[in-house]
Design a protein around this ligand. Sequence first.
Ligand SMILES: [Zn+2]
Length: 548
Amino acid sequence: MSHHPATGLYDTLSHLCLNVGERHLGSPGEAAAQDYLAARLGEGGYEVVREAFDAPGWEYGPFSITTEGGEAIDAFPCYFSPGGEVTAPLVPYTGVEPPETCRGKIAFSGRHDFTHVGDTNALAEKLEKAGAAAWIVNSPYNDTFSTKIVRNPGLERMPVFTISQRTALRLAREAGRPVHLKLEARRFPHRSANLIARHTGSGRRKLVIGAHYDSAPGIQGAADNGTGIALLVHLVRALKPHLGDWSVDFVAFGAEEYGGPGFGLGGFEYMKAHQEEPIEAMLCLDGLGTFLGNPEARVGRNGLLRRWVKEETGFTPRPYRRGSDQGIFDQHGIPTAWFCDGGAPSGIGHFPLHSPQDVLEIVDFTRLERFAADLERFTGRLLREGVPAAPPAEIVPLEKEDLPAVRELVSAVWTMGMSYRREQLYGRVFDAPWQEKIARAVAEYLADEKVHAVKALVDGTFAGFLSYRIDAANRFGEIGYNAVAPAFGGRNLGRRMLDAALEALRCAGVEDVEVITGLDDGHAPARAVYEGAGFRPMHSSIQYTLRL
Ligand SMILES: [Zn+2]
């Protein structure tokens, strides 16, 4: 039964979720989705082009994990895991021990915190090289797992499984005892493809609208990214009368979930083939439409497009964030907008991403209908008026949502700080790595109610921030943590943010302002900005150290 026959969103999505199912590289579902999309994208008389590319394929068969007592453990093989059959003792592995401790054993990372370990793929390689018999790694979810928490097609021998945190707690009791694990799986050279509804206009302007059709293994992939595909198929027809002299590629990308080259592979391959073309903007639809989602548009390289998001849609405009097929376009300097469910640092929150819980039932079709109308309006304006010329940098208040960007910036560039110097000087880490310490200190400072902050946006991209504190009772102020991203140096952004802060301090009745900075080379640009704004030296000090 169709809920919304007019847009066909339900028909497309339910077909992908219920009839096609999992759509990872090399799966029957991937091929079925391609056939289906080749037909759907052609509706309305478009030329449908299939652009194929090499990608690793993977298929899996029966699998199981059993305890010594015969209990079946709820687990799933990770994307690209080699097959195998192993009976070996379970050994806890937190990522800190030498991987050799896992030789001939089943490494069990029940406490594995993937936000800190970062690269699970690299860890898998280390364990395999050290001779581990298998690896069981938990996912960041209590009652389900991400089937691509490890996705390394380079593994040759070692099976990798993932489990929920709840299952990890159960399995932890088996430490030291033999566990039996079995997986039929095969990796093979494969050809995937982008499917494109192509409209060739008479003008010199090109627009790309895209959504990936692949999914993580073993899941329906409803919100990620059946919804994006459903909207794409709708827009192909709905925008037809409005294309004018534009050339438009409506792209169903393959291989986004693999993420091999640091971007979705399909987007990467598309860009390789089309980089000489006059692509003026790229709109990306990925991971949206869930009941609890918080719709946002991640706009890069064009502040005015952010404004259009606000004026034409119910999506909240936010700074650019990497994470889908639009990333490679941004890398080429093209303005992008990624429409998604916001809320989590991944850009996609409120449902366990890449897990079997990403099913049709979590999609709110009333919302999805609204998105369809929003996107028609937004894209319609873009086609009518053209991509607006990007405004110069703007200085605006820092928002809570910018904290991850602030954190990323300070931990990338702040090598002139004391935490970093101590690590270098003493050759050891205090409490936490310097990046974490500085990020924590900045977050704490910003949380103070007397502290305010501004940020610099260049073409809608976060380029730096500057914080300041107002002591109203004493009519006194201080300039706090601040930084400009190296990519945006030489544009006077530090000074412009400082001026904005000084103006705000003046308005708050502040009469004197101080700022503390270092005398080393790393702080020279900061000193130049302060002195250029009229600050004069008040006091210098020195910090000693003594080796005992
Ligand atoms: Zn996705």
